[in-house]
Design a protein around this ligand. Structure first.
Ligand code: 1CP
Length: 379
């Protein structure tokens, strides 16, 4: 499919115009139109999959669906730095909507970064291209000196971007918020940047377990408040990215990490916000994650999603999990991977996604082939 054809097909299916969408403010009555109008049945395909109700076809979205594989994103990036895009609610809303003008995805995910709420902690950082922290937290004293911000101080620009996007989305498209899991955020705050296996972080966990505990508790409180506010701003569900979950053994994870994730997820659930828990590169921890309170368990391609669904699908929807590298092999490979996944995973309670973020080198034709394969299932 050429680019224009892809764009038009997506615009037709999603009801969005091809050249810009109003991102103006919206009224309160408009805000939750994706939710349970008339009681009983969740409105969007996405919400029905979360509730593990039968669906005419499975919903599909893609992690990092707004980003560098899209020519229109690369075009915007020539004029704006990443952090300026993410800090400006109008621009962030525009970038959030870009992939939906091309492809009829069933959800939009607000354009931001897991580091977006970190300024509320007074920690300085930049992007190169991933997060780089100016003065990493390496002592109990540095952690103890952090402020205790109110939830409203966590990335107010992301909350505003969510409101803009909610107003511009078609009623059948779900809106997703997100945050980094406490451990994954701590990974950047302690290590200073993304490095293989995060050795400084693991040494910190061994040398200063109480300081790590303090840091994770602070991050859990801040993220819980941030996610609840995202729900209030119109997010139908939130995804918690635990991208660096797999660095610890199961025993250390149980001791150091689980209590904080548990508390955070419980407060988000108590506010009625649906939770997607994404665990990356941690096959040894997946069953432990499955026991945490979340409506959806999302995993990368290393895990057999069919097996996971048989083991936990009675209580959880599952999300995933095509290897993003397969899409760079072209539309034929994308179609084959999608067919294989759809055959292996029961459609009820399955949200189709990649196993991790889409790679910048992905051809648009591969994404179109994935969409066609998932949409074609009902035909
Ligand atoms: O344009 C650019 O050069 C910036 C690249 C970029 C983008 C597009 C970064 C820097 N962040 C983002 C956006 C982003 N980050 C989204 C947008 C919403 C979407 O379309 O999905 C999301 C959900 C994230 C989340 C994120 N950031 C994670 C969790 C998901 C994952 O990939 O594991 C992590 C670990 C980060 C850190 C980060 N920020 C940026 C990069 C390149 C990275 C990861 C690599 C690193 O640590 O160096």
């Amino acid at each position: 499919m050429n680019e224009t054809a892809g764009r038009n097909a997506a615009a037709g299916a999603s009801g969005l115009s091809g050249n810009g969408t109003s991102t103006g403010p919206i009224s309160g009555s408009d805000r939750r139109r994706g939710s349970r109008a008339g009681g009983g049945t969740p409105a969007t395909l996405f919400e029905r999959a979360i509730a593990r109700e039968p669906v005419p076809r499975r919903p599909l979205w893609i992690m990092r669906q707004a980003g560098r594989y899209l020519p229109e994103y690369r075009e915007l990036r020539k004029r704006h730095r990443f952090k300026d895009l993410a800090r400006n609610p109008e621009l962030a809303a525009e970038v959030t909507l870009q992939p939906l003008r091309r492809f009829p995805f069933d959800a939009a995910i607000v354009f931001a970064d897991i580091m977006s709420p970190v300024p509320a902690l007074g920690v300085g950082f930049d992007f190169d291209p991933g997060p780089v922290v100016a003065e990493p937290l390496r002592s109990a004293a540095a952690v103890a000196a952090l402020p205790e911000p109110d939830p409203e101080e966590a990335a107010p620009e992301v909350i505003e971007a969510l409101r803009h996007v909610r107003g511009a989305l078609p009623a059948n498209t779900a809106l997703l918020g997100f945050c980094g899991a406490p451990w994954t955020l701590a990974a950047y705050l302690v290590e200073g940047r993304g490095v293989k296996d995060f050795p400084t972080l693991r040494a910190f966990a061994a040398a200063e377990p109480r300081a790590l505990e303090d840091l994770l508790a602070r991050l859990s409180r801040l993220m819980a408040g941030y996610l609840v506010r995202q729900g209030e701003a119109g997010a139908d569900a939130v995804q918690i990215f635990d991208s660096w979950a797999g660095l610890l053994s199961l025993a250390d994870w149980e001791r150091l990490i689980r209590p904080h994730l548990q508390t955070m997820l419980e407060s988000v659930g108590a506010a009625g916000v649906k939770r997607i828990l994404f665990v990356q590169n941690a096959p040894h921890l997946v069953d432990a994650y499955a026991r945490l309170p979340a409506e959806v368990l999302a995993v990368d391609w290393r895990v057999d999603l069919g097996v996971l669904q048989r083991r936990h699908g009675g209580r959880r929807a599952v999300q995933g999990n095509i290897d993003p590298a397969v899409l760079t092999a072209g539309p034929g490979a994308a179609r084959a991977a999608a067919g294989e996944l759809l055959g292996r995973v029961n459609p009820t309670g399955h949200i189709v996604n990649l196993g991790h973020g889409i790679l910048p080198a992905t051809p648009l034709e591969s994404v179109a082939a994935l969409v066609e394969a998932v949409h074609g299932e009902s035909a």
